[in-house]
Design a protein around this ligand. Structure first.
Ligand code: GLU
Length: 503
């Protein structure tokens, strides 16, 4: 009897919803639907420091905007919940206990300092950094005593010392990795929370996941997972590791080079079905090679073995071209009007703008010239007006620092934006009014427009980020970019003045 197909996506709610999540979700969904199965959405929020509820909400919303639907998840009760890992802590702890009792996992009391020294020693010998098994053979009495004495500890996975792990990947065939490449993975952190590896395997098993379809960055972790399945005495699911999306220079898709947030595409006026079509095109070619296809059409013809293994390049220009084709070929003119209204040409969006625009309006015909930048992806820039009184290279640095600072904003509102600018001026030893004109240009592209902080709030993080990026690109093209070396020293200064960066 073949088991029912159950796939899953397991995003970690640690930031803005990423197009990579949508890419994985799309193929998990197509595979599940094609095989009359189900797709589950599980929130992997075991990293208590980085996970936020806001990020979870945003992930669910942006997937829904794209038309991706799941059958079970935190918002869709099924028989295998809870679907949020933070609500499964006890289940994970019980499974760690099972491993302990079977002798497959052990407490480790090594201090962060010892681990750091070990790591640098191994690195200097050009060895793969991994735990050396220092705490592997402690006696039960010793363990008990140290725990009772209140020593902090983690639980680690025992890994064979010899031989190799062999598993099958649906797309790559047999994969072999030597056990000596595999670390004694921490399964439970000192705060009692499980790590990704333990929680992921336990939950995939308990949720009856038949196919684990995920990004290729997890291949090197799969031996740990295979070992866990073996230790628990469970069958492994079928693994398929999909190639990751790439920037045009073939590096892993990153927000420094491409907008990676799903929300950017919504705000910049792309159709969700086009983004989905484009993501589909990147990993898959329909048998008749057609470029325009719907989720249903992809699903009908879907065969995971036809997924391409080459790193697909996410090319924004190609996406724009495809979006244009859709507008002309797939929608009627009435539909185009309706979709534009849904986007931003509506009273909801106007009401956000009017309080700031009203003071500057004499007749309605002033409205579009005054607020056009709020409807743009990014404005056109001019060198003289952009840098104003600053040295152009200083302008580049200031924009870069602002970009880093922006990542630290917790809630996107006028007050936080205002604080950010004030802090920037203070740290740069400048007056606020000295630095604002540069950012006014970067954001609005105009000499006269709406107030800057309000405009930034209305535009939202994604459209502000692209404007900073475009301004930096513009300055680089004009010969005032930041060199690699310059960036390193800027980062160093930044850390001293502003604290660590968040990415
Ligand atoms: N939580 C992991 C992630 O954020 C899931 C990886 C997997 O699919 O196993 O990518």
């Amino acid at each position: 009897m073949t088991l029912p197909v159950r796939t899953r996506i397991a995003p970690s709610p640690t930031g803005a919803p990423h197009v990579g999540t949508a890419y994985m979700a799309l193929f998990n969904l197509a595979f599940a639907r094609k095989n009359e199965g189900k797709m589950i959405l599980r929130i992997e929020d075991t990293d208590q420091c980085r996970s936020t509820h806001g990020s979870e909400v945003a992930i669910l919303e942006s997937l829904k905007w794209l038309g991706i639907e799941w059958d079970e998840g935190p918002d869709k009760i099924g028989d295998f919940g809870p679907y949020r890992q933070s609500e499964r802590k006890e289940i994970h702890a019980n499974h760690i206990q099972i491993l302990r009792e079977k002798g497959h996992a052990y407490p480790c009391f090594c201090t962060a300092n010892r681990l750091k020294e070990l790591r640098s020693e191994q690195m200097s010998k050009k060895e793969t950094p991994r735990y050396d098994g220092h705490c592997l053979n402690l006696t039960e009495e010793e363990i008990e005593k140290r725990i009772n004495d209140g020593e902090s500890f983690v639980i680690r996975l025992k890994v064979p010392t010899e031989g190799e792990c062999c598993f099958t990947d649906e797309l790559r065939g047999e994969v072999k990795i030597n056990w000596n490449q595999i670390d004694h993975q921490v399964l439970q952190k000192s705060d009692g929370y499980p790590t990704y590896h333990l929680a992921n395997v336990v939950d995939d098993h308990l949720m009856n996941i038949s196919h684990v379809i995920r990004g290729e960055e997890w291949i090197s972790s799969t031996p740990k997972h295979v070992l866990l399945y073996e230790y628990f005495g469970w069958n492994t699911p079928i693994f398929a590791h999909l190639p990751l999306l790439r920037n045009p220079d073939k590096s892993k898709l990153s927000k420094r080079k491409n907008p990676t947030g799903i929300n950017y595409y919504k705000e910049a006026g792309f159709l969700p079905e086009v983004l989905l079509n484009y993501l589909g095109m990147m990993g898959y070619t329909l048998p008749d090679q057609r470029e325009i296809f719907s989720l249903e059409e992809l699903t009908q013809s879907f065969d995971i073995k036809r997924m391409s293994l080459g790193g697909p390049t996410f090319d924004l220009e190609k996406l724009k071209w495809l979006n244009g084709r859709y507008l002309r070929e797939q929608l009627t003119q009435d539909e185009v009007v309706r979709r534009m209204i849904d986007w931003k040409i509506n009273s909801g969006f106007m009401k956000k703008i009017i309080p700031h625009a009203l003071q500057r309006l004499e007749s309605f015909s002033d409205f579009i010239p005054l607020t056009g930048f709020l409807f743009q992806d990014y404005p056109k820039l001019e060198r003289t007006s952009l840098i104003g009184k600053f040295e152009a290279s200083y302008a580049s640095k200031l924009i870069k620092v602002f970009e880093w600072e922006l990542e630290k904003i917790k809630s996107w509102n006028r007050e936080e934006i205002c604080n950010l600018f004030q802090n920037l001026a203070e740290k740069e030893d400048k007056k606020l009014k000295e630095i604002l004109p540069l950012f006014f240009q970067v954001i609005t592209g105009e000499h006269v427009s709406l107030p800057l902080f309000d405009s930034i709030e209305i535009l939202g993080q994604d459209l502000v980020r692209i404007r900073l990026r475009k301004a930096l690109d513009f300055l680089t093209a004009e010969g005032f970019g930041i060199s690699k070396k310059g960036l390193k020293s800027l980062e160093k200064d930044y850390r001293l003045k502003y604290g660590d960066r968040i990415d």
